[in-house]
Ligand binder design. Structure first.
Ligand code: ZN
Length: 82
């Protein structure tokens, strides 16, 4: 196999990953739960390079997760829905 199996493979998992990003964006960086295996300690890295798309890299030592998730920014993002 040339490529490892994609872990964030379903819409439900993508939604879970997005929820994790939102929690992370709200300022909580410790003990974030992995969207795949639910282990605490997943690391999220913002790799956003374009104005209308956000890229977040997920790293989890527990399950080996190492994947990017793209989230369209849509309208200009503000800190609403607090
Ligand atoms: Zn994990």
């Amino acid at each position: 196999m040339a490529f490892p199996e994609k872990k964030i493979a379903t819409q439900a998992l993508a939604n879970q990953a997005m929820a994790t990003v939102r929690t992370w964006q709200s300022g909580r960086t410790d003990g974030l739960e992995c969207p795949i295996c639910s282990a605490p300690g997943v690391i999220i890295t913002d790799r956003s390079a374009r104005p209308h798309m956000s890229w977040f890299i997920f790293n989890c030592a527990a399950c080996g997760l190492d994947e990017a998730l793209a989230i369209p920014s849509g309208s200009h993002a503000t800190d609403h829905e607090s």
